[in-house]
Design a protein around this ligand. Sequence first.
Ligand code: SF4
Length: 509
Amino acid sequence: MPVENQTVVLPQDQSVPDSRPLKVGFVSLGCPKNLVDSEVMMGMLQSGGAQITARAEEADVIVVNTCSFIDTAKQESVDTILEMARHKISGRAKKLVVAGCLVERYRNEIQKNIPQVDAVVGTGELEAILAAAGITSAPSPADLNSPFVILNTASASQSLKSGVRSRPEGELRQANGRFSRAEWDGAIADLPNYLYNENTPRVLATPRASAYIKIAEGCDHPCGFCIIPQLRGKFRSRHFESVIAEAERLAANGVREVTLIGQDTTCYGEDLGLKDGLALLLERLAQIENLRWVRFLYAYPNKITGRLLETIAAHEKICSYIDVPLQHASDSVLKRMKRGAGAEIFLKSMEKMRRTIPDLTLRTSFIVGFPGETEQDFDQLCQFVKAAQFDWLGVFSYSDEEGSAAWHLENKVPPREIERRGKKLMQIQRHISKKNKARLVGKHLDVLALGPSEETDLLWEGRAEMHAPEIDGKLFINDFGGHDELVPGTFYRCEITEAHDYDLVAKTI
Ligand code: SF4
C-alpha cells in the first residue's frame, strides 16, 4: 500500500521554495477510461505526498492525460499541452508531464517537438507518474498494487505472451499483427499490460455519489478503423473479487451510482476462464446494499448473451440500459470494417433485448464515411436507424488513422460528403428522439440530483436511469416541489414536465 508522510524531492534547480507539498494539476482528456487512469495517477501522487489542485496557475507540476483515438482528439491533446506549457514559460509550473494514449503513439515526437514537456507516461506505466512529477522517495510499484495487479514488467508480459491470461482471439490476432506498432515512429515495442486493482489509490474526479470502475482494459477485436488495441494492448480483465471489493468500498464511502467501463465489457472474464463473466459480476454487484444504480459501457454486439439480458431484467439495481456501438448497418461496410453482421441480425437482436428488458434504454453509435461507403450503404444505414428507434445515438465521422487496417483501403469518402452524411443521420435521429422524449412527459422517474446547472443556478441537473454519465441528453430540474433545496448525490422522485429534442425538464414530487 502507498505510504503516508512521503518526502517530496525535486531536482535542485526545480525545487519547491518552501516546505509546502508539491501541487499537481491534472487535465484529463478523452473517455471515462482515460479519466480512471487520471484518477489512479492522482491517487498515486497524493499517496506520494503531493497535493492535487484544480487550478493550473497554482500547480508546480501539470499533467495532461491525453487521447489520440481520432484526429480531432489528437488536436485537442496537442492544443491542451501547448496551453499548459504557457504556465511553465510564464507561470509557476516547473514541470509539464504528458500521459495517456498520445504518448503510446508519439512518444519521441512529443518531447522532440514540444521542448517544455519534461516527461511522458504511457498508458501501461502509470506508476511512472511519481518519478515524472519529481517524487523520488515514493512507494514502490509493488507497494502501490496488490497481488492482483499485472505490472508492466518482463514477467507480466511473458505471462500474457504465454497465454496465461489472454483470450485465444487475442493470441491469434497478435500472431496476425493486430497489435503491431511497426508503422508508428517512436512507439515502444512493449504493449501496455497494466491493470489497477482495489488497493491502488484513486482520487475520484466524478460528482459525489457516482464513480466509474474499470473492469477490463485493452481490446482484441479486429475493427479496421480502430487503433485502440495498439494504444491500450490486449484485452485483460480485472479479477472478479477485486472489482467487488472496489465497489463495496466505493459504496461504503457514499457512491450510489457505479458505471463499469472497458473497451468491451461484454468480454469480461473470458481471459479468467469465466463464462458470462459480466452477468456474474452484475449479479454480485446488485447485492451491494448501498449501491442504487449499476450500468456498464460498452457492449460488443455478438457478445450480448441471453444470460446477460436476463440478469439486467432481474435486478432493479442494474440499469435497464445497453450501449452497443454498432458502427454501421450495411453488411458490406461492416464486413470491410472487419466486424460482420448487418441490419437484419441487429434488428433481431434488438427485438430480443427489448423483449427481455421491457423498459430498456438502447444507445448506439455509428461511423459515417468509412472507405468505400456508397450512397446505397448510407441509405441502408438511414433506413436502419428509422427502423431501430434508438433512445440515444452518436455519429462519428470516419477518421483515417495511420496504423489502422482501414488506412490502406481505397475509395476514401471526401470530407464534405462525410459531413453531409453525419448531419443527415443526426437529423433523422433528432426526430426519433423528439418523439420518444415527448412520450415521457407526465411520467414519474427516480432522478439523481447532480447540482446547479452550468447554464443557470435556477436549474439543477440530474440523471435518470436512462442517462449514462456525461454521454446522453440532459435532465433539468426547475421546480423543487416541497423541498427548500436539493442535496447533490441524492435521489428524488420527479415528474417529467417538458421534453425537448434530447433534454428533459422535471419537477420533484
Ligand atoms: S471493439 Fe472495435 S472499435 Fe471498440 S475498441 Fe475494440 S477494436 Fe476499437
